[in-house]
Design a protein around this ligand. Structure first.
Ligand code: HEC
Ligand code: HEC
Ligand code: HEC
Ligand code: HEC
Ligand code: HEC
Length: 217
């Protein structure tokens, strides 16, 4: 259970519950607070299961990468494997109709057919991992998910937040804020006669972030 922010109400309930569990054989299903009637009030969107980022990443403070396990390791961030959901929903809120739908996908060994909202055309190279693991003057700890996707943790239904998301100008606008990018592109050398290493303070070679071939094959 690493990577979890331990201050969310769910985690408080779990740590409290585990103590109770040993003392009173308290059932974990009792952590559930939502009723089917309350879930019915949540906006539906067009997803096969009514999944709320606000409830998970917002109210219960579950970290993005706890579910989006591929974001820092691969090109695509991907939707979470059903197994990740079942790690909690084997015992959390099992009475809810939406959780029973989830459990059916798991029992049938079927992936959940989530509808994809964020997309760039196939001729564009977009590696999530290079962004999540970026280390430079502007983004010393990687580019935060919200910088590109907006405040996902406040949304019941995820839709693209910025109408310019994924346009070439949208990508370039950010790439151009990273020091040394323009100099490298134009072969402008620094006072030591060297090209600035545009993206990495330690200075090993990386392609200019504005070169066509960085984003196009
Ligand atoms: C780390 C634990 C955890 C994981 C992982 C998790 N959930 Fe939840 N989920 C919760 C908690 C806590 C609630 C709120 C339960 C309550 O308050 O009754 C919840 C509520 C829900 C609900 C009802 C509210 C809503 O969002 O509509 C659904 C549906 C749901 N989860 C689906 C999923 C799916 C699908 C996944 C996998 C992508 C998932 N959950 C992964 C903890 C988790
Ligand atoms: C409990 C698991 C869980 C957590 C935590 C979670 N997500 Fe998700 N995320 C999902 C699921 C399931 C979907 C697919 C359904 C949907 O779009 O709501 C999804 C979809 C998305 C999408 C849309 C993908 C597309 O199709 O375009 C984005 C963007 C996203 N998540 C970002 C985030 C960010 C940012 C955070 C942290 C603030 C986060 N997620 C936290 C489970 C999770
Ligand atoms: C630099 C901008 C940027 C950052 C930072 C970023 N994303 Fe994305 N994300 C994108 C783009 C662009 C796409 C569309 C990619 C495609 O179609 O190939 C996307 C697509 C997605 C999708 C849809 C499935 C997929 O992989 O195509 C999910 C889910 C997602 N992002 C989650 C996240 C999460 C979680 C984080 C943080 C850990 C994050 N993203 C950080 C730009 C970003
Ligand atoms: C919010 C800022 C931001 C946005 C928006 C953004 N990027 Fe990036 N991009 C970065 C950062 C930071 C790096 C890592 C640079 C480094 O290595 O320090 C990066 C690196 C890359 C790389 C890897 C270059 C390499 O080989 O090392 C590619 C490819 C890339 N971006 C494509 C895109 C595309 C395509 C889009 C738009 C769909 C996009 N980026 C949007 C900030 C951004
Ligand atoms: C930072 C990433 C990035 C860089 C650098 C970049 N592009 Fe793009 N380009 C994109 C994205 C993303 C799209 C898709 C935009 C869309 O669909 O709206 C795109 C779309 C295009 C298209 C439109 C293709 C079509 O069929 O609609 C052309 C042509 C193009 N780029 C050429 C170039 C050229 C030439 C360069 C170098 C001068 C360049 N690009 C540099 C990200 C980039």
């Amino acid at each position: 259970m690493k990577n979890i922010n331990l201050i969310g109400p769910f985690w408080k309930a779990v740590s409290g519950g585990l103590i109770l569990l040993s003392v009173l054989s308290f059932t974990p299903a009792a952590f559930a607070e939502l009723t089917d009637a309350q879930v019915a009030e949540i906006p539906a969107g067009d997803q096969p299961i009514k999944f709320s980022h606000k409830i998970h990443a917002g109210d219960n403070k579950i970290q993005c990468q706890y579910c989006h396990i591929y974001a820092r390791r691969s090109w695509s961030s991907g939707v979470p494997p059903v197994k990740v959901c079942m790690g909690c929903h084997n015992f959390v809120a099992t009475d809810l109709a939406e959780i029973q739908k989830l459990t059916k996908y798991w029992d049938d060994k079927k992936p959940i057919p989530w509808v994809k909202k964020h997309d760039v055309p196939d001729f564009v190279r977009f590696p999530h991992k290079k962004h999540i693991n970026a280390k430079n003057e502007v983004f010393p700890d990687g580019v935060p998910c919200q910088k590109c996707h907006g405040p996902i943790e406040t949304l019941d239904v995820v839709e693209v937040q910025d109408p310019k998301f994924g346009e070439m100008g949208w990508c370039l606008k950010c790439h151009l804020t990273i020091p040394g990018v323009k100099e490298r592109k134009k072969n402008i050398k620094d006072e030591n006669g060297k090209l600035p290493f545009a993206m990495h303070p330690k200075g090993h070679h990386r392609p200019a972030l504005t070169d066509c071939l960085t984003c196009h094959k």
